[in-house]
Design a protein. Structure first.
Length: 280
């Protein structure tokens, strides 16, 4: 059995198919985990969802910010952006089944010794606390009144975790950390305005969340996507797997061996990027 983690697909189903073929993925033998942002910006979001549903228990998918955006648009909570490419999902005959499947996906997983999230983990959170807090949001998304939560999910405040947070503010901080976080202060105050920077692009007083001194997950392995301008990072404690497929880069999979530190990177060029002359 092999475990493969794949970064942001964002509707690039042809690249996903090429990557699964390249690793000779077998649903009866292997395990696949997508680190969020299955949909949007790419040309075939509907095909990506249908592919993942068809894989059944052989695959797991985390919720990313674009996936949550799709759910919000489907309920009229948000208007589609000009650059959205999810209209085919919203018009599909199996729309309701696909959206129901999507809102039942987790926000964090811990498998093979790796904590997996879409974006980041606040420095105060341990692995166990991250999983517990993710479950709080998952229960709300999976409840019958889930659309009510979507109306309260958006916003940048509070921008810092406090154990005493309750209600919508508590859930909003959890969602923002797990699906949007890039930079924060040493105290865990989040910053959401800077999107194009890499390791050296943090605003004054901020740093990449995984470089905060003394963060509670320093001794663990955390894998994430979300940050295409950061690209591939392979550290003992951090794995970054969004290599910008939809923006002209590659779609990346990481094969984990017997232990979390036995790693093999496999990449494919995005056919869409090739057609537009994009560089990997």
């Amino acid at each position: 059995m092999a475990l493969y983690m794949i970064g942001d697909v964002q509707g690039c189903d042809a690249a996903l198919g090429d990557l699964l073929e390249k690793v000779a993925f077998s649903p009866s033998r292997d395990r696949l985990i997508l680190l969020g942002d299955l949909v949007n910006r790419g040309p075939a979001s509907l095909a990506v969802l249908r592919r993942m549903v068809a894989l059944g228990d052989a695959a797991a998918c985390l919720l990313g910010n674009h996936d949550l955006h799709l759910l919000a648009v489907s309920q009229g909570v948000r208007k589609p952006h000009r650059s959205d490419t999810v209209a085919d999902i919203l018009a599909a005959p199996d729309r309701d089944a696909l959206l129901d499947w999507l809102r039942h996906r987790p926000l964090a997983l811990h498998e093979h010794g790796v904590l997996m999230v879409h974006a980041g983990v606040l420095p105060q959170w341990t692995v166990v606390q991250t999983l517990v807090l993710a479950t709080e949001v998952e229960k709300v998304l999976q409840a019958a009144e889930w659309a009510d939560f979507m109306h309260q999910m958006y916003g940048n405040q509070p921008d810092q975790w406090r154990d005493g947070l309750q209600g919508a503010e508590r859930l909003r901080v959890i969602v923002n950390a797990l699906t949007r976080l890039r930079y924060c202060t040493a105290q865990g105050r989040m910053e959401f305005d800077t999107k194009a920077g890499g390791l050296d692009g943090a605003p004054p007083g901020y740093m990449p969340w995984f470089d905060v001194p003394g963060r509670q997950t320093t001794g663990d392995v955390v894998a994430f996507g979300h940050w295409s301008t950061l690209g591939w990072i392979n550290r003992p404690d951090v794995i970054s797997l969004d290599t910008g497929c939809v923006w002209g880069g590659c779609l990346s999979a990481l094969r984990l061996g017997a232990g979390a530190r036995e790693r093999e990177l496999i990449q494919v060029r995005c056919p869409q990027a090739q057609a537009h002359g994009g560089a990997a």
